[in-house]
Write a protein that binds this ligand. Structure first.
Ligand code: ARG
Length: 463
């Protein structure tokens, strides 16, 4: 019999039971559900709403249920609508009618809001730890390849030479913002909704601050209608998760391109690539491709929830049960991707000579030559035009800017002197860009030092 059977003459149709049940996916919340119930029961006894003896019996029953589920010895009955009902029914089966007192001054509406917040607070912590690990690997790779030069691209065309370490650190700072966004979302998730009842609060003299304290929440929600229907924190999380996936997907794209035959900048480890069932020569970057592909799932999860929420009147509506699969999928996906990424990056073999050779091509130092003329007094637009003509000349002769002799240079502009020759080297080009946040060796060392400090602060936040 259902715990809410009282007002019904007919039993629920099997079709409805199957259609409305969330047990298949929300059973993973069991530990939070039980922890939340334990705190609730303690509070009920402290506020003299139930006796200490009743509370002790309920707590004992809940502990047993927890042990049963952990030991895979709990019989989940599909007729129980959700994890909350399953646990409550099992409690009443175990300890008798006193088990029915657990749900005093509580509704499943505030209960599920509590469970999901507890779950997400923990998940965000795990994700933040995974971000830290990936950031650590990025710093390590940057430090091990500090002086390697690659062609920097805009519009996917050779632009100016940059250090590989600078390029890698760009991803560190993307992840830094991701960490910060989760921190911010965690702040709003950290609000305790229990005690809001079904929608209007409760007549019992409860102590919501006690429950918050017991469960490690720093705030108590202020409005019962909002508390039972607010899922903004899940939207925020899925938006933050989506951006993490954007970042991983962009990095994936680079790794895929860099490991292609045409680029040949890196080789991914044998242990992080897969072969082809038909082409014996293949070594495919499947992990990077799957991460790029899985980004779509997480964006979908975000849109799924936004759509579910957009027309809901206050307060709780059963539509909200649809929040969980999107949330679980988003959290699982982002965790799996971050986890494998840290390991995969560690398996990369960098090919500095290939990168360097590529940076010699495509007139990457043309801007430096134009800057040189501008430095000598030529308006930048005129310098730009002169160097453009030099590039066209080089293309015709199939030579690089560096192969031009001073005599030839002077034909383009009398302002050229001996000292321009050193400027044409990619090393000089990189090293002269020593503005804060630029690609020179000293600037990159500075940004890595800043990154290391950020990493330490992140660790302190999570400790
Ligand atoms: N399984 C429900 C959910 O996930 C729990 C709350 C149900 N409340 C209700 N009044 N039917 O949203």
């Amino acid at each position: 019999m259902k715990l809410w059977q009282g007002r019904f003459k007919l039993n629920t149709s099997g079709l409805v039971e199957e259609f409305t049940s969330s047990l298949d996916f929300d059973r993973r919340l069991y530990a939070y559900d039980i922890k939340g119930s334990m705190a609730h029961v303690k509070m009920l006894a402290k506020c003299d709403i139930i006796t200490e003896k009743e509370a002790a019996e309920i707590e004992e029953g809940l502990s047993e249920i927890y042990r049963d589920i952990e030991a895979d010895a709990f019989d989940f009955d599909p007729a129980d609508e959700d994890i909350h009902m399953a646990i409550e029914c099992a409690l009443i089966d175990k300890i008798g009618t006193v088990g029915g007192k657990l749900h005093t001054a509580r509704s499943r509406n505030d209960q599920v809001a509590l469970d999901v917040r507890m779950y997400l607070k923990d998940e965000m912590k795990s994700i933040m730890n995974l971000i830290i690990e990936l950031q650590r690997v990025l710093i390590e790779l940057a430090l091990n390849n500090l002086d390697v030069i690659i062609p920097g691209l805009t519009h996917f065309q050779h632009a100016q030479p940059v250090l590989l370490s600078h390029h890698l650190m760009a991803y560190f700072f993307m992840l830094e913002r991701d960490f910060d966004r989760l921190k911010d979302c965690r702040y709003r998730t950290d609000s305790m909704p229990l005690g809001s009842g079904a929608l209007a609060g409760t007549v019992f003299p409860i102590d919501r601050y006690f429950v918050a304290e017991e469960l490690g929440f720093s705030k108590v929600s202020e409005n019962s209608l909002d508390s039972v229907s607010d899922r903004d924190f899940i939207v925020e999380f899925l938006a933050a998760a989506s951006l993490i996936m954007v970042h991983l997907s962009r990095l994936s794209e680079e790794l895929i391109v860099w490991s292609s035959f045409e680029f040949d900048f890196i080789e991914l480890g044998d242990d992080f690539t897969t072969g082809s069932s038909i082409m014996p020569q293949k070594k495919n970057p499947d992990v990077a491709e799957l991460v790029r592909g899985k980004s779509g799932r997480v964006f979908g999860d975000l849109l799924n929830l936004l759509t579910t929420l957009k027309s809901l009147p206050l307060a709780y509506n059963r539509d909200l049960q649809e929040d969980k699969e999107a949330l679980f999928d988003g959290a699982d996906t982002v965790k799996a991707c971050l986890n494998i990424y840290a390991a995969m990056l560690g398996s990369i073999r960098i090919k500095p000579e290939r990168m360097r050779a590529s940076a010699e091509k495509g007139f990457l130092t043309a801007t430096d030559v134009a800057d040189y003329l501008t430095d000598k007094g030529l308006p930048f637009r005129d310098s730009h035009k002169t160097v453009g003509e030099m590039v066209a000349y080089c293309i015709e002769k199939s030579i690089t800017l560096g192969q031009l002799k001073l005599k030839e240079l002077k034909k383009f502009s009398p302002l050229f002197e001996e000292d321009v020759l050193s400027l044409i080297s990619v090393e000089t080009s990189v090293d002269r860009r020593d503005s804060f946040g630029g690609t020179s060796r000293s600037s990159v060392i500075k940004e890595i030092e800043i990154a290391q400090k950020m990493l330490e602060e992140e660790k302190i936040y999570l400790a």
